[in-house]
Design a protein around this ligand. Structure first.
Ligand SMILES: NC(=O)c1ccc[n+]([C@@H]2O[C@H](COP(=O)([O-])OP(=O)(O)OC[C@H]3O[C@@H](n4cnc5c(N)ncnc54)[C@H](OP(=O)(O)O)[C@@H]3O)[C@@H](O)[C@H]2O)c1
Length: 241
């Protein structure tokens, strides 16, 4: 099996996911670019390769059991194991999104991608991660999922959000449970918030670059063996739940 560190980034064709793939690639890692659209995936892989990254495309729709199983098979064939999984793919479900008017279909679609998608991908990749000497899982969350921040008087907490923000709270809660279950293994699993970055997700209204947003994921992907697990962090440090 290769000595090279093998990573998978979901939703790596654009935005913060692309920059996470680029950043991990500059460490000399082999990076699987998980993306659901063939053209967008291949163009991201080409862009990464032309920047010197050892990138390969992995067809991956996080909402589709068969797609996720096939992605795990492809990584097993190519690399035989996985060292780092970054669950980055997410959707907002569209705004405005008020609890009093939200379409239940929007709730289901957002939870399916942002929470169940992470569980589906993580569980499919776990057998490969267990073969790694220092496995890391990074779940991309958001400070909008912090109930402490959402309920702090006068805090800047983003728009009212029936599905997206609660999906990140749900993801945070699930990640804590993973950390508990995996506490007797060498797998470290943490949540990162990239800050408000200019991407498709928010109509490019963010004030940080996607590259700046990728930094916390890269930090959590490269934690030492005695690093934290079950935590929620941004560039400034731990985020309150
Ligand atoms: N941007 C911010 O300010 C901000 C703030 C806090 C947290 N975050 C989090 O950071 C992460 C990256 O966000 P971003 O701003 O880079 O968003 P983005 O530019 O909209 O990119 C989202 C990525 O997820 C992919 N994706 C969506 N549904 C998918 C599915 N079913 N299967 C596979 N891939 C799927 C998209 O692929 P397609 O191109 O095929 O749609 C795209 O590659 C997300 O978890 C987000 O919640 C972002």
């Amino acid at each position: 099996m290769s000595e090279q560190t093998i990573a998978l980034v979901t939703g790596a064709n654009k935005g913060i996911g692309f920059e996470i793939a680029a950043g991990l690639g500059t460490l000399g890692w082999s990076v699987s670019v998980g993306a659901r659209d063939d053209e967008r995936r291949e163009s991201a892989v080409e862009k990464l390769r032309s920047a010197g990254v050892d990138a390969f495309g992995v067809p991956l729709d996080v909402t589709d059991d068969a797609s996720v199983a096939a992605a795990a098979e492809l990584i097993e064939e190519r690399a035989g194991r996985l060292d780092v999984l970054v669950n980055n793919a997410a959707v907002t479900g569209g705004m405005p999104q008020t609890p009093t008017t939200v379409d239940p279909a929007t709730m289901r679609a957002v939870v399916e991608t942002n929470v169940i998608g992470v569980i589906r991908v993580t569980n499919a990749m776990l057998p490969l991660l267990r073969r790694s000497a220092s496995p890391r899982i990074v779940n991309m969350s958001s400070t909008v999922g912090s109930l402490t921040r959402q309920s702090a008087p006068g805090a800047e907490t983003g728009p009212i959000s029936a599905a997206y923000a609660p999906s990140k709270t749900f993801l945070n809660a699930v990640t804590v449970q993973y950390a508990k279950e995996l506490s007797d293994t060498n797998i470290l699993i943490n949540l990162g918030c990239p800050g408000f970055c200019a991407t498709d997700l928010n109509g490019f209204r963010g004030v940080r670059t996607p590259e700046q947003g990728a930094a916390i994921a890269i930090k959590l992907a490269t934690l030492p063996d005695d690093g934290p697990t079950g935590g929620f962090f941004d560039d400034a440090g731990p985020i309150p739940w």
